[in-house]
Design a protein around this ligand. Structure first.
Ligand SMILES: C[S@@+](CC[C@H](N)C(=O)[O-])C[C@H]1O[C@@H](n2cnc3c(N)ncnc32)[C@H](O)[C@@H]1O
Length: 356
């Protein structure tokens, strides 16, 4: 067990995450297995039960553990540990802070926050999931976490918070959270952008920066309201009819993070950008979908464009060229301000580029 835990920290760090000594201690001491007592599904759908010989090895891997499905769709999980670490570091947690978490799930993330010395209220929309999180926190002997069964949009029980962390994909920020945030407070949340949920950090004045790329399951209720700036959701089927439209053009193949930087910029510049899979390709691709009808185009990491509609190919090429000509800005260089989208949520925009 000691070895599994030590290896766990290495796996989290291996993903490029720097852990503060306090967070490393929290990951090393909170028993993740206590939060998945009935087993879980792996990314590939395989069920792992506590009696399986590989149970503890997978629990202490850097992977998401899916704990509830609706059909084949994950509706609750313990998120990927390196992503939890990036979000917690971005939250800048100090002992004694009051933290509101939206999406209790297994309760594991709330346990890490409490171990850092915070006083945590975590809100979970599914009553059975909230009950299980409460039991797990009690079994793990974690103090300082209150689990509430409610839609997190409302901000949960009355109270003011130093930090708000959202661990489910949302389309925008609830104005109720801004009302609950103390001066100098911070919200860290995965907010929909071009088919994914990059993690954003918002200050009490509404100023927004980008923390890291991510993909999350979508929230229930008003937190996923569509708005005029919404991109199309990722198509459920691989795109079809794609033919070579533009050959490779950069003399290099973008590595995964740089490809995400291009994707983020393309999503800022065009409303019809999303992520899609294509036949024979393992990796999801940056896609431009036609406004009306089935036409589409994808940009490959070497700058080549495949398309089923000429006008989509032209847009995809223009977006890729613009990003390249601007010196390949990273997603962390974008800034925005939260504004009303005319519906129940606040969304970041307009995005502007700054050099860090
Ligand atoms: C990825 S899991 C959260 C992971 C969790 N923090 C953990 O450590 O295990 C997302 C959770 O958000 C919950 N959720 C979805 N929509 C919600 C909403 N509107 N309000 C509160 N919780 C919500 C889901 O039921 C699910 O349990």
């Amino acid at each position: 067990m000691e070895d599994a835990r030590r290896h766990y920290l290495d796996l989290i760090r291996h993903d490029g995450v720097t852990l503060s000594p306090e967070l490393a201690r929290a990951f090393a001491t909170v028993p993740r297995e206590v939060f998945v007592p009935d087993g879980f599904h792996r990314r590939d759908g395989r069920l792992v039960l506590p009696a399986d010989p590989e149970f503890l090895r997978v629990v202490y891997s850097n992977d998401v553990l899916v704990t509830k499905l609706s059909g084949s769709r994950p509706i609750s999980s313990s998120s990927q540990p390196s992503l939890m670490a990036l979000m917690i570091e971005a939250l800048d947690v100090r002992p004694g802070q009051r933290i509101l978490e939206i999406g209790a799930g297994t309760g594991y993330n709330a346990a890490l926050l409490a171990t850092l010395g915070a006083e945590v209220t975590t809100v979970e929309v599914q009553a059975d999931v909230a009950d299980r999180a409460r039991s797990a926190l009690a079994r793990a002997a974690i103090d300082g976490v209150r689990v509430e069964n409610a839609d997190g949009y409302t901000g949960g029980p009355a109270g003011a918070y130093d930090r708000i962390i959202v661990t489910v994909g949302i389309a925008g920020i609830s104005p109720h959270w801004i009302d609950r945030l103390l001066p100098g407070g911070r919200i860290v949340a995965p907010v929909e952008h071009a088919g994914m949920h990059p993690v954003l950090s918002a200050g009490a004045g509404g100023e927004v920066t980008v923390v890291c790329p991510a993909g999350f399951m979508s929230a229930a209720g008003p937190l996923t309201a569509r708005h005029p700036g919404s991109h199309p959701p990722p198509p459920s089927e691989p795109l079809s009819g794609l033919d070579p439209a533009v050959p490779a053009r950069w003399g290099t193949t973008l590595e995964a993070l740089a490809y995400r930087d291009l994707w983020f910029a393309a999503g800022v510049w065009h409303r019809r950008v999303t992520y899609a899979s294509a036949p024979g390709r393992e990796q999801s691709l940056i896609a431009v979908l036609a406004e009306d009808g089935p036409g589409s185009a994808v940009v490959l990491p070497d700058g080549a464009v495949l398309a089923s509609a000429e006008r989509c190919a032209a847009v995809a090429l223009a977006l890729a060229d613009r990003w390249w000509a601007m010196g390949r800005p990273p997603m962390r260089a974008w800034r925005a301000t939260l504004a009303s989208a005319g519906g129940p949520i606040l969304v970041p925009g307009p995005w502007r580029l700054t050099r860090p």
